[in-house]
Design a protein around this ligand. Structure first.
Ligand SMILES: [Zn+2]
Length: 265
């Protein structure tokens, strides 16, 4: 196995977890290994990656529900959607009066945006912002620690972070998938449409947020998926979460406030 450094704790000790992934022996963070090269990732996020996600009522509702959550904490102001993709959330927020901008790694996605400012990364975004949103983007990045540290840097004092990622502990959905397809759901394969480079549990996400200066105000699960089949198969886990607080749903979601005292250098 080639050299591996844990993005969360810096450890170099890891064990194979599943095909193409390892788990840190010290903090249990699960990561895709080896990480695909930047050029390979750029190729995978070509225009075809976004083609299936252009609008539709269910997806519009999903973005509206996410904005409704943001509005509960921040009724207006300047916000940055990191990993904005084709820009659905930015447009939803702008239509509601927010001064919203985006960042996007994909050259193809960025080139297609004409109607709002979009930057290649957080380092290029001209802060300060009142909030940064990361809707299923953090798991696609080669270093979540770097992304969250950069998010901290572009936020105004007391700024907010909204982060949603897939849940490694989505036991219910994984069981349903195995039953329906007769095979296990792989975290990563070289042909997966969604190249997830990190696979967070509630514990590893919380530790990452603590490390980068983002104590959570709220922890839970993301709004229901736009695809009714995913919604249906995740429903029992969402009911369990509401009753017990145990999160076996397909997603993790946190709202955090940037902590000045633990700001990283
Ligand atoms: Zn680790």
């Amino acid at each position: 196995m080639s050299v591996w450094h844990c993005d969360l704790c810096g450890s170099e000790r890891a064990q194979p977890f599943s095909a193409h992934t390892v788990r840190c022996s010290d903090c249990s963070l699960v990561a895709t290994h080896p990480t695909p090269a930047a050029a390979e990732l750029q190729r995978r996020y070509g225009s075809g990656y976004y083609a299936g996600w252009d609008g539709g009522g269910a997806r519009a509702l999903l973005w509206q529900r996410r904005l409704d959550i943001v509005r509960r904490f921040l009724p207006s102001g300047r916000i940055l959607d990191a990993g904005c993709g084709a820009g659905e959330f930015v447009r939803t927020a702008r239509a509601a009066g927010y001064e919203a901008e985006g960042t996007e790694f994909s050259d193809a996605a960025r080139a297609a945006v004409r109607d709002f400012p979009v930057y290649p990364g957080l380092a290029e975004a001209p802060g300060p912002y009142r909030a940064v949103t990361l809707w299923h983007a953090l798991e696609h990045t080669p270093s979540p620690t770097d992304i969250l540290s950069q998010a901290h840097s572009v936020l105004a004092p007391g700024g907010l972070l909204f982060v949603a990622v897939p849940n490694l502990e989505s036991y219910w959905f994984n069981a349903a998938y195995r039953l329906a397809k007769g095979k296990r759901l792989e975290l990563y394969t070289p042909k997966t449409k969604e190249p997830h480079l990190f696979h967070f549990s509630r514990q590893t996400l919380r530790r990452l947020l603590d490390k980068t200066g983002f104590p959570p105000l709220l922890e839970g699960c993301d709004v229901p998926d736009a695809d009714w089949r995913y919604r249906l198969s995740d429903w029992p886990a969402r009911a369990l979460f509401r009753l017990t607080g145990v999160n076996w749903t397909t997603t993790l979601f946190s709202v955090c406030v940037a902590d000045d005292l633990s700001r990283m250098t």
